[in-house]
Design a protein around this ligand. Structure first.
Ligand code: HAM
Length: 420
């Protein structure tokens, strides 16, 4: 018999893990709402062209990591590998700019990239992120960075570094790329095959290369884009830094941080944590002033970030989320008692909103008591045929060990009293 297993790079989350995920997700929703961001949910798949045009043909994501297929109607579709392009698509499609000059959108959703799986890197993973669409101003960049940083602080993530850079405006890039190419001509043949190809097509992507030889050649020969940005780009970056200093967010200026997606301009940033190991990026983001226009909308400045939820959960201390235990474990013995106990359990859930675990394995009293203890329920209800004959039920307080018998008809009053 074939033993089915989950696909490589995907994970099952079992109830104990989901209990932590749910608490983390709730806090993220709260933080986003506190910052005035509204949740957006877009479809899991989109036209492939959206990602090609949005992220760029020569990026790792588009050139090797997308799950794409042609459907029965000959449409070329892709499981979303990121959410900024879909959010921009939705922004244009629903003409959000006509409704308000400023939109603050956030998401917490599933993505797919066919990367080599390892700790903190899956093929199906989750991101939460925020996209602020409408403002060209540096205070918006700083606010986005602060939202990301404060979220990780809230979860007490250790050893964080905020890496910050500016890659300037798209006009600067054309001039810079010429300079970069000419400075690399003499070492072109020493670069890896991918980098040799990228020099002509998209030389900025050379900085994403994982090959250490290529990185050394870049260090020795390549000019850095930050050193070429315009005075106004420099001023923009300076204000971002001044606000971060004022707010108290430590950062380091990393002039090599160009980010692996083509839509960025001006500010780029990444927050890493040493506690994550090799895949140390908690989040990444930056400004993308041309993306919306590139996808067919009006020129609209925007800035955002996205963070891997799996990585956040890997990095946080799990003991900040105490295990939840049920309110009641319901023990019953005998056929008549079981029937009445079923009704009582149902009523307590509906009328009093209590979490009730109901015995369904017909175990002995001793085994049921043991299970009740294991469940860490606060209260145990016991109904046997003997109690039923007297119209009574036993209530045991598991914290104090105190046990009493009350009339079944008084149970309602009992739960009303304890919840008051
Ligand atoms: P990204 O850097 O590709 O940016 O991804 C952001 C974060 O998602 C990473 O820092 C990492 O935490 C997580 N991540 C990425 N790939 C994986 C993976 N295979 N497994 C687990 N976690 C992963 C973006 O996606 C941009 N859309 C961010 C952005 C939003 N820029 C502006 N707005």
């Amino acid at each position: 018999m074939i033993k089915f297993r989950n696909i490589k790079g995907t994970h099952d989350l079992l109830p104990d893990q989901v209990a932590i995920w749910r608490q983390v997700e709730n806090i993220i929703h709260l933080i986003m709402e506190q910052n005035g961001f509204g949740e957006i949910r877009t479809p899991v798949f989109e036209n492939t062209d959206l990602f090609i045009r949005g992220i760029g043909t020569d990026t790792d994501i588009v050139s090797k990591e997308m799950y794409s297929w042609t459907d029965q109607g000959n449409n070329l579709l892709t499981l979303r590998p990121e959410l900024t392009a879909p959010v921009a698509r939705a922004y244009i499609q629903h003409q959000l700019s006509n409704k308000n000059p400023m939109h603050r959108l956030y998401y917490l959703d599933t993505l797919f990239r066919r990367e080599r799986p390892q700790k903190g890197r899956q093929r199906q993973f989750h991101q939460f992120g925020a996209e602020a669409i409408g403002s060209p101003n540096p205070e918006q960049d700083a606010e986005i960075i602060a939202i990301a940083y404060n979220t990780f602080q809230k979860f007490k993530i250790q050893d964080m570094t905020v890496n910050l850079n500016s890659i300037g405006s798209p006009e600067i890039r054309i001039k810079y790329l010429k300079l970069l190419r000419s400075s690399l001509v003499k070492v072109q043949s020493k670069l890896c095959f991918t980098c040799q190809n990228r020099i002509e097509k998209n030389a900025l992507r050379l900085f994403d290369c994982k090959n250490s030889n290529c990185q050394t050649l870049l260090d020795q020969n390549a000019p850095l884009i930050f050193d070429e940005i315009s005075d106004s780009d420099y001023l923009h970056f300076d204000i971002v830094k001044r606000i971060l200093n004022e707010v108290g967010i430590p950062f380091s200026h990393n002039k090599k941080l160009v980010r692996g997606l083509d839509y960025y301009s001006h500010t780029t940033f990444e927050i890493t944590s040493k506690s994550l190991g090799a895949q140390d990026a908690l989040c990444g983001g930056g400004r993308y002033n041309s993306l919306i226009e590139q996808l067919g909308g009006k020129h609209t400045p925007a800035v955002g970030f996205a963070a891997g939820l799996e990585r956040l959960i890997l990095a946080l201390e799990k003991n900040q989320f105490p295990e939840k235990s049920p309110d009641i474990y319901f023990i019953h013995l005998g056929e008549d008692a079981t029937i009445i106990a079923s009704k009582i359990a149902n009523d307590i859930r509906i009328e009093h909103g209590k979490v009730v675990i109901f015995e369904v394995l017909r175990r002995s009293l001793k085994a049921q008591m043991r299970e009740a203890g294991r469940s860490k329920a606060k209260t145990v209800l016991i109904l046997g045929d003997d109690e039923l004959k007297k119209n009574k039920i036993i209530i045991k307080n598991m914290q104090s060990g105190e046990q009493k018998e009350i009339e079944i008809s008084k149970l309602d009053q009992y739960f009303n009293n304890i919840s008051n």
